[in-house]
Design a binder for this molecule. Structure first.
Ligand SMILES: [Zn+2]
Length: 399
């Protein structure tokens, strides 16, 4: 489909832009210079032409926005977009080009530049037609493709009152190993398996079949249509698991943002964690998905979202998310504050080896309590969602 080409072009353009940015001296990184570089690239590289000029401009805008978000708020610096983990997507930056019409209670039609009219399932309340005004309207859309199909996400602008700043209860969250999500107050969020027993068996079966077919392939030979079909079915099951994980994440983070005013999370460098398998852009890792394993990859990505989702969800409710630089939260005792060797008995159990303390409990709960303690001690200097978090240092609170 034409949108695939557009999605590839979008990613390429982003990477070109990022390479350009890294090459340019600081004073030359202006929007005008970047725009000129993009124009030049579009003239020089044929397949970039499939991207409408507006969509190219949208990439430029998003890229500069990404830096702004990084400088002002919770986001990390923009990076290259790899072929494997990047979601294929095309941006339609202007709402008026979409020409959305409702054709049925459950179906709508939308115009995609260079593609034409496309039908979509009407699942959300959209401000269209008489219901649209200057304050409440659709300002653009993004067409996303994953293993389960194509989706369209509309950017909707609505008028909302600024939330009143909220103090609320404070909570620390730790990246769980034995339980999916442990909070400092003892709350634990659990989830079942992402795939049912039957689905898991099917996935294993498909993976074995793919491996076998691959073994019989001569080097350099293209994947056969049957093998490609197997790959697609594997990708479909993985996407299903991922979507269920995502749903769970949204539900739990919404509950956390609703319950607590301040959420402290460990400032882990998630990128480093994933990078080892992913490799670098110059030297990409091979068979990343297979090596990482389905659950591990979901787990790693899930932690990233444990930070990004509450960041905007708390901000929307007037709360704050604070990233706490807290190395060693898994080895420090949350009761006495000491780090003694051998305190972590196993992945799940923490027993303090300080003879005057001897606290024991769930290792993830211990970690979450540490995050909260360190935040309260004023170590949380990384503000999130644009709101500065300045806390006076308190003496080490032993609890
Ligand atoms: Zn202790």
């Amino acid at each position: 489909m034409k949108t695939d080409g557009q999605a590839h072009a979008t990613r390429t353009l982003w990477n070109l832009l990022h390479a350009w940015w890294r090459m340019m001296p600081k004073e030359k990184r202006s929007l005008a210079n970047a725009d000129a570089a993009i124009r030049q690239a579009r003239e020089g590289i044929d397949f970039l032409a499939v991207l409408p000029a507006q969509a190219a401009q949208a990439v430029l805008k998003t890229y500069f926005r990404a830096w702004k978000n990084c400088w002002e708020g919770p986001a990390d610096a923009p990076n290259f977009k790899g072929r494997i983990r990047t979601v294929m997507s095309v941006d339609i930056p202007q709402g008026r080009d979409l020409n959305i019409t409702r054709v049925h209670r459950r179906w709508g039609m939308v115009s995609i530049p260079k593609v034409g009219r496309v039908r979509f399932r009407w699942t959300k309340d959209l401000p269209v037609g008489k219901r649209a005004d200057t304050e409440n309207r659709i300002t653009g859309a993004r067409l996303v493709k994953d293993a389960l199909g194509r989706h369209i996400a509309f950017r909707v602008q609505t008028l909302e009152a600024e939330p009143a700043p909220r103090q609320g209860p404070e909570v620390g969250i730790d990246m769980g190993f034995s339980v999916p999500r442990a909070l400092s107050d003892g709350t634990v969020y659990e989830h079942g398996e992402w795939l049912t027993g039957k689905e898991k068996v099917r996935l294993l079966h498909l993976e074995q079949r793919a491996a076998q077919r691959k073994r019989h392939r001569r080097p350099g030979e293209r994947a056969s249509r049957r093998l490609q079909h197997t790959y697609d079915r594997i990708a479909g099951l993985r996407a299903k698991a991922k979507r269920r994980a995502m749903d769970w994440q949204h539900q739990t983070t919404t509950r956390i943002a609703r319950t607590y005013g301040t959420v402290g999370v460990e400032a882990l460098t998630i990128t480093n964690m994933v990078k080892s398998a992913k490799g670098t852009v110059e030297e990409p890792g091979t068979n990343v998905a297979q090596k990482a394993g389905l659950n591990r990859s979901i787990h790693a990505e899930a932690w990233g979202r444990t930070v990004t989702l509450p960041a905007y969800k708390t901000a929307r409710r007037g709360g704050t998310l604070a990233k706490v630089p807290a190395p060693g939260t898994s080895r420090r005792c949350s009761a006495c504050g000491l780090t003694t060797s051998g305190s972590r008995e196993s992945r799940a159990v923490f027993v303090c080896k300080n003879p005057d303390c001897g606290w024991s409990g769930n290792a993830d709960h211990n970690g979450a309590r540490n995050v909260l303690h360190l935040y309260r001690r004023g170590l949380a200097l990384v503000p999130a969602a644009g709101r500065a978090v300045v806390r006076r240092a308190k003496p080490a609170a032993a609890r």
